[in-house]
Design a protein around this ligand. Structure first.
Ligand SMILES: [Fe+2]
Length: 318
């Protein structure tokens, strides 16, 4: 299995990144592309959720919502691209997002059972490994080790951090069997042909120009951008990425009938709350996520894991 060892330059850049990220994590702000904002009052939000939880438990709706959250959908999509190298025709990418693996006890076992029968060449994880946005994180390690040990695609597992994740996870999760892309790119080779993948740090809480710059000046060829949110899709499209994979919104997680989200922690871009979207020529996909945060329930918005099969599209004859 490929493990994409870090280059010396990447090792040096990561030290600078980790120092900056640790500073941003120490403050109660969201560092956005549009500027600095106060973070939501999670303590108050948690109290409101607690009251909401009691009400739902009394009515029996809680049980149903928890069962919904454990019932993961497998979505499979073929994606055709004219500039896909022929060696990658049929290449399958498993996209996981928003595992929040410590939110539901034993969730890793449900996830593994769903993934085991699937055939794929590469797995990508677009952030939010932990339930909370601050505090302890080591509780995710045993469950993540179980998942990373059970999934062994030929071309490895690549991941990016989400806004619930700390920079400290990178050094502890990588030895368990995945490679983070922290504003970094890797090249995957098959029969002397290549595709490129770039992953950015989270830009919902922790935006820096390093994330934006990582999407620039990539060499030509078929390329995929991985980011926790859709916020960098304009930059990726300008820089000729072909596919952009993200998560973060949970598709709303608790939705009105018809899948209409109530809260999705995304300003604007309503068409990018879940599923496919397009930015100029670039194809985008927002996963509704596998896990849950806040409250361990889902309504009218099933959890998902997504399997993309890349197809070589022949140019139309004129
Ligand atoms: Fe999330």
């Amino acid at each position: 299995m490929h493990n994409y060892p870090l280059q010396q330059k990447e090792k040096e850049t990561r030290i600078i990144w980790a120092s900056g990220r640790s500073t941003l994590e120490a403050f109660r702000f969201k560092y956005k592309r549009s500027g600095k904002k106060l973070r939501s009052n999670w303590a108050l939000f948690e109290k409101l959720l607690w009251i909401f939880k009691i009400l739902l438990k009394l009515t029996g709706v809680y049980k149903k919502g928890l069962a919904n959250a454990k019932n993961i959908n497998i979505k499979k999509f073929p994606l055709a691209f004219e500039n896909l190298p022929t060696a990658f025709n049929g290449f399958r990418i498993l996209h996981l997002s928003d595992l929040h693996i410590d939110a539901i006890e034993g969730f890793e076992n449900i996830l593994i059972e769903k993934i085991k029968p699937l055939d794929f060449d590469l797995c990508v994880i677009t952030g939010d490994f932990r339930r909370d946005t601050t505090g302890n994180f080591r509780q995710i390690l045993p469950a993540m080790e179980k998942i990373l040990t059970a999934i062994k695609p030929q071309f490895g597992i690549l991941g990016v951090l989400g806004n619930h994740d700390t920079y400290k996870m990178v050094d502890l999760l990588e030895p368990l069997g995945m490679r983070f892309l922290v504003n970094e790119s890797v090249r995957i080779e098959k029969e002397n042909q290549y595709i490129h993948l770039t992953g950015t740090d989270d830009t919902y809480y922790f935006y820096t120009e390093m994330a934006l710059d990582s999407m620039k000046n990539l060499s030509n060829g078929f390329s995929v951008a991985l980011s926790h949110t859709a916020e960098l899709s304009d930059i990726a499209a300008e820089n000729n990425y072909d596919l952009y994979l993200c998560g973060h919104t949970h598709g709303g997680q608790i939705c009105l009938p018809g899948g209409i989200p109530v809260i999705c922690h995304q300003k604007g871009m309503r068409e990018r709350v879940r599923g496919f979207w397009q930015h100029n020529k670039m194809m985008g996909y927002t996963s509704a996520g596998a896990g849950v945060s806040g409250i361990p329930l889902r309504f009218n918005c099933p959890p998902e894991i997504t399997l993309f099969e890349l197809i070589k599209k022949m140019p139309d004859r004129k």
